[in-house]
Design a protein around this ligand. Structure first.
Ligand code: GTP
Length: 335
């Protein structure tokens, strides 16, 4: 009798303990996940909240760490959360929990690689002991409106990519249709129609540019814990991203900016994403570059970052031979 009372009190204390809210950012390569994460972090900062961030990258090197200057970031490199999550993510979460006594966090963000299935992240967070400490608030799936039709086309994309995107959409509790600035209204209508066919009319699709939507909507508790198994059966889940590779190019000299931009724009169609750092001729300035949606962006980075030029290319079925061939073109002035 006495023991029973103690048990009940213990359970009561655990239930009352505030769980840490978790937001998972999902979405295909270059759709705008990091952009949205940065918006969310800004909001947390304004509210005085201390965020924790788990970032997963496909390549061996994270070239975007400088974007999260003062934040507490844990990186899971060279993988895809969706394959390694059951071990790596749980290990990372364990480290985070151990550290939380010394440096507590109020909110956790997990950004998967562009080819991760959020179901795996969800599954890990809903398992013991994580379920006692964390609470999924929303799986935010970001879609690139400007590339949607191409990625879903049987002519320009692969069945793997189409299926992966479908999984990301179906798992998403909030769908953000980003990059709407890059397409015409009639194309946008077509994209929305196609997405609705996949996710059903009940699921709201929020259009945005650079992920700018009201914070209330962005932080809304949207996640409903329907059984993961049920979701798995809904989407006929299996790993699809075996053909998506990341290739790294290092040790290259400063280049004329125009040549580099031209080179990026002439990369073969199966190169879907590029990022890294470059130096341009006649300048000591290092630039961070992003190549997504067939567009290149350059941002100067401070010298004290101590980064070296590096190009990371991510694509479907790309291999060293193919990238070497294109790399030579960059330096043999064949552009
Ligand atoms: N034109 C336009 N560009 C955008 C928009 N949102 C993001 N971008 C740009 O698209 C590029 C990729 O954005 P990210 O936020 O890094 O995309 P991501 O989904 O994190 O990409 P991965 O690292 O491949 O997973 C960056 O250069 C962004 O500035 C948008 O709404 N419109």
């Amino acid at each position: 009798m006495f023991t029973e009372v103690i048990k009940l009190e213990k359970r009561d204390t655990m239930d009352n303990k505030q769980k840490i809210p978790v937001y998972v950012l999902s979405g295909f390569l270059g759709s705008g996940k990091t952009t949205i994460l940065l918006n969310m972090l800004e909001h947390c900062k304004n509210k005085g909240q201390q965020p924790g961030i788990i970032l997963n990258e496909l390549g061996e090197e994270n070239v975007e760490g400088h974007l999260f200057k003062d934040e507490k970031v844990v990186e899971l490199l060279n993988g895809c959360i969706c394959c390694t999550i059951q071990d790596d993510l749980k290990e990372t979460m364990d480290e985070l929990i151990a550290e939380m006594d010394k440096s507590p966090i109020d909110i956790l963000f997990i950004e998967g690689t562009g080819v991760a299935n959020p179901l795996e992240i969800q599954e890990a967070l809903l398992s013991k002991p994580y379920i006692d400490q964390f609470e999924i608030m929303s799986i935010i799936t970001v879609l690139d409106a400007s590339q949607y039709l191409e990625y879903q086309s049987v002519f320009s994309s692969s069945a793997e990519v189409r299926k992966l995107m479908k999984e990301q959409m179906v798992c998403g509790s909030l769908l953000l249709l980003n990059k709407t600035d890059l397409i015409r209204q009639d194309q946008l209508d077509k994209v929305i129609l196609k997405i609705t066919k996949i996710v059903g009319p009940e699921k709201e699709i929020v259009k945005c540019v650079y992920g700018r939507i009201g914070t209330e909507k962005l932080f809304e508790r949207k996640f409903q814990s329907i059984s993961v198994n049920q979701q798995r059966s809904n989407i006929d889940y299996h790993h699809h991203h075996s053909t998506v590779q990341a290739i790294k190019v290092e040790d290259f000299p400063a280049l004329p900016q125009k040549t580099f931009e031209k080179w990026l724009n002439q990369l073969p169609n199966n190169v879907l994403r590029g990022k890294g750092f470059v130096k341009f001729e006649k300048s000591h300035q290092l630039y961070s570059f992003q190549y997504a949606s067939k567009k290149a962006n350059f941002t100067p980075v401070p010298a004290n970052l101590n980064k070296k030029p590096i190009i990371i290319l991510i694509g479907m079925g790309i291999n060293n031979e193919q990238i070497n061939y294109h790399y030579k073109q960059l330096f043999e002035q064949k552009l």
